[in-house]
Design a protein around this ligand. Structure first.
Ligand SMILES: Nc1nc2c(ncn2[C@@H]2O[C@H](COP(=O)(O)OP(=O)(O)OP(=O)(O)O)[C@@H](O)[C@H]2O)c(=O)[nH]1
Ligand SMILES: [Mg+2]
Length: 501
């Protein structure tokens, strides 16, 4: 019979965390020191969460604010902006956990690029057409392939190509051999993706995670540190001095960091490769905004002493599972009021968890990404994402449970919308009702805004006001100004309804 031990032989993660047999006394002390510090930080986050939970029973006079909207709309990013504004020290404590998320985002992006290249046999043909129109607006369906991101290559394109022509391709044989060696060299890094996902999710998988994203529940930051400690918790000595959270050593994250540092030239080469660029231009390889962001900053992110900047944290992507409550003390006119902010998971499979939180909500910020006009739901590749946002907004506007809530609409990701239009992407290709209108930023945002206003007008028995803002919630300065604005308008309504004025 096997003796149970701290380092179970059955658990590959535990095995990976096992100290080397040749560990010296000095190394052992250093390791115990790291573990003690990680434990202290994890317990501090636990304690903060416990205190939050204790104060969670809302007192009369507290404000309850819901962040609603489809997956990837920017709800959690907006929540981080609230956190930055009203509780910056808590974001500081979480910085180390964000490094794990960002490494995961980078590794997943590289894996996605390599898999896509493989499906195109590491080469693209000069004759390959650019993307064609694929969907209709408002109940329209997407024609052709069911994949929202990558279409399967036509068979003839899978064969070897003898011609070299466009600036994208170069020579087929050279392209293939370069990519093959990059794939070989990057393969150890790419295989860390499962362990990183496991570290973040604590082993919980959710069906419909689509692109292979990871869902996390409230309090994941502390659990990431706990998961790093594994069963070693309680074994470490507490006698050692304090250290900053971002100095905590997590063996897995340290390994990934070393691999990234050693691979940064390869990642840069892959990212700049003409075949990759060609697939992007032809929309055969679609990268998420966070993938592009971190690949553009790979030299900094892959550095061995990397600490995520606040901007990096705002760009990182991790999916919310269920509903996460955050509490902030908001000062207004010399009076401190507790705001309970509820950040929900926006994927279709998560939306059933919202309803219990609708009761007595004071305000809603509905986040709709207007850059998503050319995208389809991960959960349902036939549904255009703008269409889904409008349907969801209809349900929110017409919900009897929410009829007294102050309603704010964020038409978000305007920076990405602008970039898409500047790159020549035509709205009419994806949204037929857009017709022959000018394809410029002002016309497009006003067109989308008009549709949301129409939904609101048709579902507005209470004659409530809808406050709309054009936002890019990764832009801290602009977002904090808007948050101040929203805070004031919510507070005015709140004071009136609480009859405090
Ligand atoms: N460029 C840009 N990126 C944004 C903007 N808003 C959000 N993002 C990015 O979009 C990704 C998704 O944002 P999240 O805040 O995680 O989306 P969410 O609505 O919480 O998604 P779920 O938790 O799945 O419901 C993140 O990588 C963000 O950094 C924006 O206005 N501009
Ligand atoms: Mg979220």
């Amino acid at each position: 019979m096997r003796t149970p031990s701290i380092y179970s032989q059955d658990d590959p993660l535990t095995e990976a965390l096992k100290p080397p047999e040749s560990e010296t006394e000095l190394e052992r002390r250093a390791r115990l020191e790291e573990e003690a510090e990680a434990k202290r930080v994890s317990e501090q986050i636990d304690e903060d969460l416990r205190l939050e939970r204790e104060s969670m029973k809302r007192k009369r006079g507290d404000v309850k604010l819901l962040l609603l909207g489809q997956a990837e709309s920017g709800k959690s990013t907006l929540q981080r902006q609230f956190q930055l504004m009203y509780k910056p020290h808590s974001l500081e404590q979480e910085r180390a956990s964000w490094r794990t998320v960002i490494y995961f985002n980078v590794v997943r992006s590289i894996k996605h690029i390599l898999n896509t290249l493989e499906s195109w046999d590491d080469y693209i043909d000069d004759d390959m057409a650019l993307d064609s129109p694929t969907s209709k607006y408002m109940g329209g369906s997407r024609s052709g392939t069911s994949s929202p991101v990558i279409m399967n290559p036509p068979l003839e394109n899978n064969n070897a190509h003898s011609r070299s022509a466009s600036p994208f391709q170069g020579n087929a044989a050279t392209s293939r051999s370069t990519i093959a060696s990059l794939r070989r060299r990057l393969s150890p890094l790419v295989t860390t993706d499962a362990a990183l996902a496991d570290r973040l999710s604590g082993g919980i998988t959710v069906s419909g995670s689509g692109k292979g994203g990871v869902f996390v529940r409230s309090g994941w930051q502390a659990r990431t540190i706990e998961n790093a400690l594994g069963r070693k918790r309680g074994r470490v000595s507490d006698e050692l001095g304090p250290k900053k959270p971002d100095e905590i050593q997590d063996v897995l994250v340290q390994d990934v960091s070393r691999m990234l540092d050693a691979s940064k030239d390869d990642i840069r080469e892959l990212w700049a490769h003409p075949t990759v660029k060609g697939l992007i231009v032809r929309r055969r390889l679609k990268l998420d905004e966070w993938s592009e962001f971190f690949l553009r900053h790979i030299t900094r992110v892959a550095a061995s002493d990397y600490v995520p900047s606040t901007d990096d944290i705002l760009h990182a992507r991790i999916q919310t599972m269920g509903v996460a409550e955050h509490i902030f003390d908001v000062n207004i006119h010399g009076k401190s009021v507790s705001w309970h902010l509820f950040d929900v998971g926006g994927a279709r499979g998560q939306r059933h968890t919202w309803v219990p939180y609708f009761d007595d909500a004071n305000a809603i910020i509905f986040v709709a990404p207007v850059s998503a006009f050319d995208q389809y739901l991960e959960e349902d590749p036939r549904t255009n994402r703008i269409d889904d946002s409008l349907q969801l907004f209809t349900q929110i506007c017409s919900s009897p449970l929410l009829k007294n809530a102050h309603l704010v609409l964020f038409l978000n990701k305007t920076d990405l919308l602008r970039a898409k239009l500047d790159n020549g992407l035509r709205v009419q290709k994806y949204i037929t009702s857009f017709g022959e209108r000018a394809n410029d930023y002002e016309t497009v945002v006003q067109y989308f805004r008009a549709h949301f206003l129409q939904v609101h007008r048709r579902n507005n028995e209470n004659r409530r006001v809808l406050y709309t803002h054009f936002t890019s919630v990764v832009d801290t300065k602009a977002t904090q100004r808007i948050i101040g604005n929203v805070r004031d308008s919510i507070f005015r309504g709140y004071l009136q309804s609480a009859a405090l004025v």
